[in-house]
Design a protein around this ligand. Sequence first.
Ligand code: IMP
Ligand code: MG
Length: 177
Amino acid sequence: MQIHDKTFLPFLSESEIQEKVQSIAKQLNTEYENKEVILISVLNGAFIFTADLMRHLAFQPEVQFAKVSTYGNAMNSTQKIREVWGLENLSIEGKDVLIVEDIIDTGFTADFLRAEIQKHRPASLSFVTLLFKPDAFQGQYPPEYMGFSIPTEFVVGYGLDYAQKGRELREILVYHP
Ligand code: IMP
Ligand code: MG
C-alpha cells in the first residue's frame, strides 16, 4: 500500500492485533481488579488502542488524555519535546495510573511522561504499550505491559501515522524501503 510517497507491506493483521489487545486486557484485569484506575491515553497515536483495550476491561477506569509531541520528520524520533498538553491539572494523587501508548521506540517520550506524571504523586504508575522496539529503546524503564516486541522498523496503522496518514488502518503495515 502507498502512503504519501512510501510503500508499506502487511505486518500485523487485524486479528493478530485484536487477539493481543484481549490478552493485554486479561493481564490488566488480574492486576487492577478492585483498584481505582486512571487510564491516561497518549494522543494522537494511542486513541484507537485505548478504545479497543478499554472495552475489554472488567474494571471501571477513569479515562484522561494527554498529548506529547516531539520534533522531527515523519520517520525519526528526535528526542525534543515540542508540545505538552493535558498534564497540568491531573487529579491522580493516590490513584493507580496506567499510561496507554501506541508505541515505545527510543523511550524518550515515555521517560518524559513518567517523570511529569510522577510529580502528581499517583499510588502507582505503569505503562501499557501495544508496540515496543527493544533494539531502539534507550529509556530508563521498559514498559510494564506490552503487546508486540518489534524490530527497529517504521510501522503505520491502528492509530500510528506516517506524516499524519494511515491511522485509520485496521492492520499494521511496515515500511518497505
Ligand atoms: P520515542 O522515540 O519512544 O520517544 O517515540 C516517539 C514517538 O515517535 C512515538 O510516540 C510515536 O508517535 C513515534 N513513532 C516511533 N516509532 C514509530 C513508528 O514505527 N511508526 C509511527 N510512529 C512512530
Ligand atoms: Mg507520530
